[in-house]
Design a protein around this ligand. Structure first.
Ligand SMILES: Cc1cc2nc3c(=O)[nH]c(=O)nc-3n(C[C@H](O)[C@H](O)[C@H](O)COP(=O)(O)OP(=O)(O)OC[C@H]3O[C@@H](n4cnc5c(N)ncnc54)[C@H](O)[C@@H]3O)c2cc1C
Length: 530
């Protein structure tokens, strides 16, 4: 058997919770290993609605702690990840003045109630509370309410049946999967004793020693003083591999559509519509990189590996949008991509929609040892840093260590030194263009895509002209090779769906795969990190 490497902490699962905790633990100077069976952020973390949000609907269930934490984290992310988290103006349409008051009161008291109308008053009250809870690190304007005429002027294509709207702001996360990866790369750069490996299979455990197999079939072993199970919806399955029977999780499937619909995109005019539907749910629709993102369903899902976006879900989402934009129907041929994931929710009775989205840790023990196994349950993309902080503090207590550094306010990846205003941005684009020998337009595209990490890529060009791909003409051969060499790429799927947005925007095709395969054939060998 291979030599046994010694680690303070082994984390299993590299969704956003695993990646965030890896960064925090690495910054504390611990020896930490992150093992992911697929790619970084390929599970629920790739399937979210891509909002950094407080969770307006959690006010209805009285989860004020969660809302306050989420709003503070959202505001912080606008500053720490300005390359990928952008302010988004949101519209909550209303159909009446008084609607929803009884239902909201019932939900607040923990009683079951369907809320198929959230009226003007209840919306105004909710948004006022949202403003109050979002005061820490405040980065965006307070809400405002519009009457029927105001809404008509703002969004003339919305249904005439709507009697007004609340306007407020959230954060929109453009490159979710890249943000997770950047946490990993930051951690490895800060601590040489931190190591993250994707595309591995945990094959067994013996006492405090874990064994895994990498993509090339090589076996490795590590001894852990603490294990973190960040397997998301797969937490019980990961526990089973560790020899621990558990029934902690109860997942909920959520599906989204990416729609190529220029008229709908124009009608949205840069805004998200966050709207209630007659079935009592809340759905959303907003512009995403020249397309439109529509989501999301919420359906109990026992086996996370079996989750797919069904034709029924697509029909449901299209019908929901028709409630607010009746003259701009989404047809099947508008849909260029569908994606789906399983929210890692704690096991609970009752409808999945009512299960808390707050995070918690269940602490178990590796069989026959005293090694703690901390299972990171639930949470949101928005609150990953706060959750990682709680998990890290738990581990530090286990190891009798104290915190060296906080992650509060710490810039992430290409968000470091990111230009903050128009003038600074123009100067940065000029610097990139000069360094790479590229046009300002191309430099601007790279800055939007990679933040200040674009500088390292431009340095590799050194005036060599780029060859643009035929099948994805806004990406170059050199860019793809750079990603493959510096960003732990394990295969074409990683590039198409997680290092770039090509797949998400509907660009995956056999022709693209053939072109990328030939581009990567002659590429230099993969380096472990940038
Ligand atoms: C439809 C939907 C919409 C959402 N919208 C939002 C939103 O707009 N804003 C927001 O803040 N949050 C949102 N969320 C919630 C958020 O996405 C999740 O809470 C978060 O991504 C969970 O991260 P995680 O790391 O716990 O799980 P995951 O991202 O699922 O990560 C778990 C990882 O464990 C890995 N794994 C599994 N088994 C093993 C094994 N044996 N060995 C090693 N690794 C293993 C998996 O491959 C996976 O990568 C949404 C979620 C969904 C599904």
């Amino acid at each position: 058997m291979p030599e046994i490497a010694e680690y303070d902490v082994v984390i299993l699962g590299a969704g956003i919770n695993g990646c965030g905790t890896f960064r925090d633990l690495a910054l504390q100077g611990l020896r930490v290993l992150l093992l992911e069976r697929g790619d970084f952020c390929q599970g629920a973390s790739a399937a979210s609605s891509r909002l950094m949000h407080g969770g307006l609907k959690y006010l209805e269930t009285g989860e004020f702690r969660l809302v306050k934490e989420s709003l503070t984290e959202r505001n912080m992310l606008l500053a720490t990840a300005p390359h990928y988290v952008h302010p988004l103006e949101c519209v909550v349409p209303v159909r009446s003045v008084w609607g929803g008051i009884m239902g909201s009161a019932a939900r607040f008291l923990g009683l079951k109630a369907k809320l198929n109308d959230r009226g003007w008053l209840i919306t105004a009250l909710g948004l006022r509370l949202y403003d109050l809870y979002g005061r820490a690190l405040k980065a965006m304007p307070d809400h405002r309410m519009l009457g029927r005429n105001g809404l008509r002027r703002l969004l003339p294509d919305m249904s005439a049946a709507l009697s007004g709207a609340g306007i407020y702001y959230e954060g929109q996360l453009s490159h979710a999967e890249r943000l997770g990866l950047e946490l990993v790369l930051d951690a490895e750069a800060a601590n040489p004793a931190a190591r993250a490996v994707n595309h591995v299979e945990l094959t067994g455990v013996s006492g405090d020693v874990l064994t895994w197999r990498d993509a090339a079939g090589r076996l490795s072993q590590a001894r852990a003083r603490v294990v973190i199970n960040a397997g998301g919806a797969w937490i019980d399955a990961v526990n089973a591999r560790l020899g621990i029977p558990s029934r902690l999780m109860g997942g909920s499937r959520g599906s989204h559509l990416i729609v190529d619909h220029p008229a709908l995109l124009k009608a949205l005019d840069g805004r998200m519509i966050y709207f209630g539907t007659p079935d009592g749910r809340v759905n959303l629709i907003y512009p995403f990189m020249g397309k439109v993102l529509v989501g999301a369903t919420d359906i109990a899902q026992a086996d996370p590996d079996a989750a797919v976006c069904t034709a029924d879900e697509q029909a449901y989402l299209c019908a929901a949008v028709a409630e607010v934009f009746p003259d701009l129907p989404i047809r099947a041929d508008h849909v260029v991509h569908r994606f789906c994931g399983v929210r890692p929710l704690p096991r609970a009775d009752g409808p999945v929609g009512a299960v808390t989205r707050d995070h918690s840790i269940a602490s178990l023990t590796l069989p026959g040892t005293t090694v703690p196994v901390h299972c990171l349950i639930g949470g949101k993309w928005t609150t990953f840093r706060a959750f990682a902080e709680v998990a890290t503090d738990r581990v530090l207590a286990d190891l009798g260590r104290t915190r060296r550094i906080t992650t509060r306010g710490l810039a992430i990846g290409g968000g470091r030194d990111f230009p903050r205003d128009g003038q600074a941005r123009r100067e940065y684009v000029g610097k990139l263009a000069l360094m790479g020998g590229i046009t300002p337009a191309r430099a601007e595209a790279l800055l939007s895509r990679y933040g200040t990490r674009a500088l390292a890529f431009c340095a590799t060009l050194r005036g060599r002209s780029e060859t643009m791909l035929t099948e994805a003409p806004d990406h170059s051969v050199e860019e793809i090779r750079h990603l493959a060499a510096t960003e732990k790429v394990g295969g074409l799927d990683d590039i198409i769906h997680r290092r770039t947005l090509i797949g998400l925007l509907g660009g995956d095709s056999p022709a693209l795969r053939a072109e990328l395969a030939s581009v990567l054939e002659g590429a230099p060998e993969r380096r472990e990190s940038a």
